[in-house]
Each structure stands twice: as structure tokens, then as C-alpha cells.
Design a protein. Structure first.
Length: 743
């Protein structure tokens, strides 16, 4: 009974409403996909029009029996919006929108577009925004009488939802009345034809404009030899205080003169603020390669919060629509210069390039000054750059290794220790000989190590790869990462699988220094859980402990700020600042962390003195292995300035397996080590390899990276260096070396 009365009330309301408009209007309103377009229906009797939102500044107005929607600004600068979402029937490609409006006492806001307006946005079924949207129906002046408006527009294909947003957009004051808001599907043919014609006309006009710009750029190049007018900053015809053709910096920029030479200075006075000189430069149509050159002087620079917040020149190549093309020139950066320095960069111009955005900048630095002068942009040799690009592409192709699924039938057998040797589950002795595949300890996104691991095994005959990693990257907390470390962990997983599938072993090296911190114990809980009992994986608990006693090394304790030589060269500024001292968990704590997970994998433990001294192991500081663990091997690092081979390792090698985790020599001498004590690789390397072979020490050469000295390879073709790589590769292939002299 109540339902029948309610239905009768609805019918009565509708008849009264329909009687107030013409039959044509009623039909139009009924066809609208925007429900309750006349703002008349109140089926639930709540004194508010059905489907319309409530909110501050939104009212339900009435005049002479006619209802309408009113938006009224009550707070200057505050948005007042009657937001609705409208379901769009499938297949609708065009809509006709008609409405009535009245605007009174309108005062625009702080921006010119802070006015009365109606906005439409389109979304697909997944609520992804679709484009284009119709331009806002915007009004900045009063319309004191009711006015009927009408517009038609296309609907992007796939639209399922329309965001309908009539509003007073941050105005100072005003009232916006709306009524009879009808949104009706229509035939899109005429609109599509008009859009196609307009697009064609715009394309022709754009092409004409581009050709004029290109011709002007060609004329400038022919006349001056550069595509940048006034690149030397000498012309000041328009303003004697600023060079012509360059946008003047309102602050943090000045026009300087030194002995008659003029240049622009940018100076940081507020940490983290971007200071940029901007210029867009048109390109001739026939330019295929360019040389960008300039002089700059960078002084008193302190890098900002991110490593790349420095002084730099950015160049972006754009197409006719202002979109960036690939490949882009790499930014040229500086963290300081010794006076004026000339810099140049050559790069190819992608097909379809129309202009270049040039942006010398102090890029959010903490402080510093950048002076810049003599900027030129000129054509250069295309063939050489194309050849270099082709080489890089080929190297990238060669670097690629397809991911593999685990092939457990090819995996090596699990290792354990027996006395001072490694033995597999068949009781056969295994002698680990291999390489360090470095750079994951430096950059979290490096994938070259994947190829390096495969080349090390397949071409260099390694049966073990030592993979340096960093807990910061594992957890994804570095400034370089935004994925919580997932990509980094995936790379490690891929390397482990590729190594294991080839029957080799992998030493996972936590590449940290000084003494273990609690975070390192947590890392080993996570990493050991992840690689628990993987037959190919060994755990190297900490790269190079140093500057601590054997007691702290083993059992932990307070580690204060170290004076003198420490790991500063390997830490970020933030890490240096934070490294004022900490409570170490000790190497036993790291071993306990691994074993707490149930992982029985062999652990590798480096001694003190940057892992150059293991003597304490036989002096009462050996670690206690847990029941069920596969054993401990100790790690010894040696380079061509170390001496005392016998006393630092041989007593331990009589009782435990040894991994010479890092070993090598380079012709380029380390500046932080006295040059006179760095022996020639040509005499040192054969003796060290002979020592390793004589005592059957496990070893992983440092480093299978062309920029991590001592370098085993010249470049990413993996050609061995004569002074170290050739010797190491020969040893991995079985060549025996004689130790002529112990160091």
C-alpha cells in the first residue's frame, strides 16, 4: 500500500513538472543521459533534487514554481562544484549539451581562469582518463538574465563514464544558477568530418610554420656558423643589463663582465632551488648530427639532496608537437671546475626533430655558482656518430642474456667443508676458481653483471662468481630506486639461476666495510631465507672488516668514528654523516642470523685489515658454527701492495678452506696507497697465482668490470687486460704458475 502511494506521488510530481514545460522540452529532458536534468525531481522527499550533490555553497533554488541549481561563493578562492559522474551508453561517440544559466555578482579569482565554468572529462571502464575533452565552458562576466546555451562535442572511443563538473572555480565572489542541463547522444558524422577538416588545416598550418622556422634556422647557421644567436652573450641592444635572445632570470642570475668578456652567472642562494637559463632553438630540416659546445666555470658547488642535483646543461630534442624524441643527449654535469673549462657534446638528431630545448642549470643544488659563456650549436660528422651508435646497439645486443627457468638437473651439488677443503655431496673435492662480477654494489640498476656472469663461466672457465651486493639496494631505499628493491632482487635471482644452470657456484657478497651493523644481520636473515639451502649459493657475510679488534670482529661491540684511512671513499655523504659510531653485532652475529633461518649454506668470513689478515682465527677468534650448518670458509683479500702472505693466511689454511675473495693488480696505481709499494703486475701476478695454486686456495679475481680496478677486462667485449686479465684467464683454463718469491 505504501509503495502504491509512493508511486502515485512520483507520477503526480512528474505530471506537474511535465506540465510546466513544452512537450518538446519534456521529450528532450527525458532523452538526457544526465538524470534529473531539470533539477525538479525529489522522489525520496528529502527536500533535495535527486542525483544532485549536496555541499557548501550548493543550493536548490525556486522561482515561480520552477526549480534550478544554484552555486554560490561563500569563501573567496574556494572551489564550489556540483560534481557528478554520468554513465555513457556503449557506442556513444558524440553528445549535444544544452543548458540554461544565470551569473550574478561574479568576481574572478587570482587567476584569469578562476571563473564560472562547466568541465567535462571522459574515462574508460577502468577509470583511465581519455582525451580529448571539450574545452571548458567558461564565463568571467555577469549574465543577470537566464540564457540558453548549446554545444556539441565528440566523445572519445571507449568512454564509459563522464565526469560532469559545473563550478565556481576559486572565484572571489558570485552566484551561478543552472537549469535544464540536457546531455543527449547524437550522430557523430558531422562532428567527425569537421574535426578531420580542422586537423588537416592545422597540420598544413603547422607544416608551413615549421618550414619557416627551419629556413630561418638555416639562414642563421649560414651566417654565423651556429644555430644559437648571441651564444657569446655580447649583444645587448634591447637591454644593456641582459643579453639579447636569452630569457632574463628574475633572480639568482646576473650579467657579468670580466676584462671585456661577457657571460651569464647563476648563483644558488637557497638550497634546493632550481636556477635555469632556458632557450628553445629551431633546427634546419637537413641536420642529422650536432655538436653542442660551451665554456663554463663552476665554483663552491655542493650537491643537493639527490646525487644528480648538480650543475648541468640539459638538452631535449622535440618534435613538431613539442614531444621529446629518442634518443636524447645525455645531460652534461659538473661538480666543480678549475677555472673556465671548454665542454662539447656530439649527438645524433632523431628523425622528426624540429627544435632543441637548451637548459643550463644549477639543478636544485645546496649551493654554488655557475658561469656560462660561448654556447654554440653546429652540425658535425654524422657517420662517426652513427657508427658509435651502431656499436652501442651491438654491445647492448651482446650484453643481453635471456632469462632462464631453473634447470635443477644442471645445478652443482651442495658443498660442505671437510677439514680445509670443500667437498660436494658425492664426497668429491671442489676447488672454486672464478671472478668478481662487480657493479651491483655501486648501482642498483646495472644488468651488465648478468652477461658478465655468463661470460665468466662460458668463456673464462670460472666455476664460481662472486657477486657484490648492498643491503640498501636490496631493500630499495636508495635515491635511485622506486620499487622497494624488487628489480634489484630480481637481477640477483636471475644471476643465481644463470650461474646454477651452468653448474657453477655463486658467492653472495655483502659489500660493506668496517664492522657489521644490526641492519646487516637483518639483511642476512632476509637473504638467507630467500636462498635457503640453494646448492649453488654461498654467503660472504661482510666484504672487508677493518679498523677493529679481533674481539669486536668476532663478538661485536662499540665501533666509534675511525680516524685516518677508512671506508669514506665508498660511502655516500649521508652515510658519512651518519657514521659517528654504532654497536656492532660482530661476525658471529651475522653467522647466527644466517643459521637462525635454517639455512645450511656455507658462509664465507673475511678477516680484519680489509680482509687482509686472518691470523686471529687461529688465535682463539674462530667463529662457532651451528649444528646442521655446512661449514665456514675464511676470506682473504690481496692486492699488489700486500705483504706477509704466509703469516696472514697459511696457518688458517691448514685448518679451514680459504677463499681469496679479491685479488689482482693494475698498472694504474691507487692514489690512496703509496705508489712506491705497489708492485708491477707483471712480477706480482704470476707469483700470487702460483701461491694460490700451490696451496690450492679458492679464489675469485677482482674485477670483471672495465672501470673497477684492478681491471680484468678492457671493455664490454671482455677482452682481457695484458697485465692481469690474461694471467687470470690462463689460470682459470688450467695453466700452472710458479711462485718464485713469497711476499
Amino acid at each position: 500500500m505504501r509503495f502504491s502511494l509512493h508511486l502515485l506521488c512520483l507520477q503526480s510530481i512528474f505530471l506537474l513538472w511535465a506540465g510546466s514545460v513544452s512537450s518538446a522540452q519534456a521529450a528532450s529532458l527525458q532523452d538526457s543521459i544526465l538524470s534529473n536534468p531539470g533539477v525538479e525531481l525529489d522522489a525520496d522527499m528529502d527536500q533535495w533534487p535527486d542525483a544532485w550533490p549536496k555541499g557548501t555553497g550548493i543550493l536548490w533554488g525556486e522561482e515561480g514554481g520552477n526549480r534550478y541549481l544554484r552555486m554560490q561563493s561563500t569563501t573567496p578562492g574556494k572551489l564550489v562544484m556540483a560534481y557528478r559522474e554520468i554513465a555513457v551508453p556503449e557506442g556513444v561517440r558524440a553528445l549535444k549539451f544544452s543548458w540554461k544559466q544565470r551569473i550574478t555578482n561574479l568576481q574572478r579569482g587570482e587567476k584569469a581562469w578562476f571563473n564560472a565554468r562547466i568541465l567535462f572529462e571522459f574515462m574508460d571502464g577502468g577509470r583511465k582518463k581519455l582525451t580529448p575533452s571539450p574545452k571548458p565552458f567558461a564565463y568571467g562576466k555577469d549574465q543577470p538574465e537566464w540564457v540558453t546555451k548549446e554545444a556539441s562535442f565528440l566523445v572519445p572511443e571507449g568512454t564509459r563514464i563522464i565526469k560532469f563538473m559545473p563550478c565556481l572555480f576559486n572565484v572571489k565572489a558570485g552566484t551561478y544558477d543552472l537549469d535544464d542541463l540536457v546531455l543527449t547522444p547524437i550522430d557523430p558524422t558531422a562532428l567527425l568530418e569537421a574535426a578531420a577538416l580542422k586537423e588537416s588545416e592545422q597540420a598544413l598550418q603547422q607544416q608551413s610554420d615549421i618550414e619557416k622556422r627551419q629556413a630561418k634556422a638555416k639562414a642563421l647557421l649560414d651566417a654565423t656558423g651556429s644555430l644559437i644567436s648571441n651564444g657569446n652573450f655580447e649583444s645587448t641592444q634591447k637591454n644593456p643589463a641582459w643579453p639579447d635572445h636569452w630569457g632574463q632570470l628574475k633572480e639568482n642570475g646576473s650579467y657579468e663582465n670580466e676584462a671585456g668578456d661577457h657571460f651569464v652567472r647563476m648563483k644558488s642562494t637557497e638550497p634546493g632551488k632550481l636556477i635555469m637559463l632556458y632557450r628553445e632553438i629551431d633546427l634546419p630540416s637537413d641536420v642529422k648530427a650536432l655538436k653542442l659546445s660551451w665554456r663554463w666555470r663552476v665554483t663552491d658547488l655542493k650537491v643537493g639532496e639527490k646525487p644528480w642535483f648538480d650543475a648541468r646543461v640539459i638538452a631535449e630534442i622535440l618534435d613538431a608537437d613539442g614531444k621529446k624524441l629518442k634518443p636524447q643527449p645525455s645531460p652534461s654535469y659538473s661538480r666543480g671546475t678549475d677555472g673556465w673549462v671548454h665542454v662539447s657534446r656530439d649527438f645524433l638528431v632523431p628523425e622528426g626533430a624540429v627544435s632543441i630545448k637548451l637548459m643550463p642549470a644549477l639543478f636544485s643544488v645546496a649551493s654554488g655558482t655557475m658561469d656560462i659563456d660561448d654556447i654554440k650549436l653546429e652540425p658535425t660528422d654524422t657517420q662517426a656518430l652513427e657508427a658509435a651508435a651502431a656499436k652501442r646497439a651491438e654491445e647492448a645486443r651482446m650484453r643481453y642474456v635471456a632469462p632462464e627457468e631453473p634447470q635443477k638437473e644442471n645445478w652443482p651439488l651442495e658443498l660442505h667443508t671437510e677439514g680445509n677443503r670443500l667437498v660436494d655431496s658425492n664426497g668429491e673435492e671442489v676447488w672454486l676458481q672464478g671472478l668478481n662480477a662487480g657493479n651491483l654494489e655501486t648501482l642498483p640498476h646495472d644488468t651488465q653483471v648478468i652477461k658478465s656472469a655468463v661470460v665468466g663461466i662460458e668463456e673464462w672457465n670460472a666455476n664460481v662468481i662472486r657477486l657484490p651486493v648492498k643491503e640498501e639496494f636490496w631493500y630499495g631505499t636508495s635515491v635511485y630506486q622506486k620499487d622497494g628493491g624488487q628489480g634489484y632482487r630480481d637481477t640477483i635471482d636471475q644471476v643465481v639461476t644463470l650461474v646454477a644452470n651452468r653448474g657453477a657456484y655463486l658467492v653472495l657478497d655483502l659489500h660493506r666495510y668496517r664492522a657489521p651493523k644490526p641492519i646487516h644481520a637483518q639483511f642476512w636473515v632476509d637473504a638467507a631465507t630467500h636462498f635457503k639451502n640453494h646448492p649453488a649459493v654461498l654467503f660472504d657475510l661482510m666484504n672487508e672488516p677493518h679498523g677493529i679488534s679481533w674481539e669486536v670482529w668476532r663478538n661485536g661491540g662499540w665501533v666509534g668514528t675511525k680516524k685516518g684511512v677508512d671506508e669514506s671513499g665508498f660511502l655516500t655523504d649521508a652515510e658519512k654523516k651518519a657514521n659517528q659510531g654504532y654497536e656492532s653485532v660482530g661476525m658471529q652475529g651475522l653467522l647466527d642470523a644466517v643459521r637462525s633461518t635454517g639455512a645450511r649454506n656455507i658462509v664465507v668470513v673475511g678477516g680484519i685489515g680489509w680482509s687482509g689478515d686472518l691470523s686471529g682465527v687461529v688465535q682463539g677468534y674462530a667463529l662457532d658454527e651451528h649444528e646442521g650448518g655446512n661449514g665456514i670458509m675464511y676470506s682473504w683479500h690481496q692486492y699488489n701492495w700486500h705483504t706477509g702472505w704466509a703469516k696472514t693466511v697459511l696457518p688458517v689454511a691448514e685448518q679451514y678452506p680459504i677463499l681469496v675473495g679479491e685479488v689482482g693488480a693494475d698498472t694504474n696505481k691507487m692514489d690512496f696507497i703509496p705508489h712506491e709499494i705497489q708492485e708491477s703486475p707483471y712480477t706480482w701476478v704470476p707469483d700470487m697465482l702460483g701461491f694460490i695454486q700451490k696451496y690450492r686456495l679458492n679464489w675469485t679475481a677482482w674485477c670483471f668490470h672495465p672501470r673497477a680496478t684492478p681491471v680484468l677486462i678492457k671493455d664490454w667485449t671482455y677482452e682481457p687486460t695484458e697485465f692481469w686479465g690474461v694471467f687470470a684467464k690462463e689460470a682459470l683454463h688450467g695453466k700452472q704458475f710458479e711462485m718464485k718469491r713469497m711476499r
